[in-house]
Design a protein around this ligand. Structure first.
Ligand SMILES: O=C(O)CCC(=O)C(=O)O
Length: 280
């Protein structure tokens, strides 16, 4: 699925760009779901797990974000729970399979503010192993001025930083990255802004520092994101994640496939619920 150079790029830099991951028809279908989702019109009747922005109520300058849109919308589900997403994440990470950890639906209209730099693995203490790989998919052409995703190449080799920084509209969206580099005594590092076409994907390691700046362009910057974990993941027996440990049964670390479906496994298995969730 990936050649030697692509593996090397993911391992060395902590991210890998895959052009044309979605077709233009798929991009159009996913884009069309943004408006109803942020109006609170949920096709399945279920609310997403997190929902930070709503038409008519929320501040216009904030980046709009929904987490686990797949529970609310079948088009989002077909995109983020696809076998291709799972296979790519599992292959890059050396896992035998992948299950969804969480998705994000992100809408940064013109003028919307930044999302603070972070490592996704810093938010995984409720899961064993506490490690994700992410598929970030551009739905619009992204440029340096449009608040595209940015990476610090090689930061996937840095340890996970425990201190958390503001995610939504921080004053300095590079603050977390600067803090981590200083603590590690790293004086020089780069930040790369990804220029993508609609349908391009970027896969990143859970330890790679990333975030995005304000959208200073006159076009929206939309993306869908699938955070995957190994299909063998279990709940941590003691650590609690405020939102996702809701799905943990008492005295039991097994993850229910209805809430964390297995989207790819080497032996061809996919969770049975996916047919229903994806509306097939
Ligand atoms: O799309 C963005 O600006 C940030 C996305 C993100 O934080 C992620 O993919 O983990």
């Amino acid at each position: 699925m990936f050649d030697v150079d692509q593996f090397a790029s993911f391992n060395n830099d902590g991210y890998l760009i895959v052009r044309g991951f979605l077709s233009s028809e798929q991009v159009d279908r996913v884009r069309a779901r943004f408006d109803p989702l942020f109006r609170g019109e949920f096709e399945t009747g279920l609310q997403p797990d997190e929902w930070n922005w709503r038409f008519g109520r929320s501040e216009a300058s904030l980046t709009r974000q929904i987490c686990n849109g797949w529970k609310a919308d079948r088009t989002i589900a077909r995109c983020v729970l696809s076998e291709n997403v799972g296979r790519a994440c599992a292959t890059l990470m050396g896992w035998t399979g992948a299950r969804i950890n969480q998705d994000n639906v992100i809408w940064k209209p013109p003028g919307a503010r930044s999302l603070g730099f972070h490592q996704d693995d810093a938010y995984q203490q409720w899961v064993v192993p506490p490690s994700v790989a992410t598929c970030w998919i551009a739905l619009d052409r992204t440029r340096k001025t449009s608040g595209t995703i940015e990476y610090a190449p090689g930061s996937n080799w840095w340890p996970v930083e425990d201190r958390k920084f503001d995610f939504h509209a921080p004053q300095d969206y590079h603050e977390g990255l600067k803090y981590a580099a200083e603590r590690l005594g790293i004086k020089t590092y780069q930040v790369i802004q990804i220029e993508a076409q609609p349908g391009d994907a970027v896969f990143h390691h859970g330890k790679t520092w990333h975030g995005s700046g304000p959208n200073n362009s006159d076009s929206p910057r939309r993306s869908v994101v699938a955070h995957c974990m190994t299909s063998e993941s279990r709940f941590h027996p003691r650590n609690t994640g405020a939102i996702y440990s809701r799905y943990k049964r008492h005295e039991d670390t097994e993850m229910d496939e209805s809430f964390f479906p297995i989207i790819y496994r080497e032996d061809g298995y996919r969770s049975a619920c996916l047919d229903h969730v994806c509306g097939r």
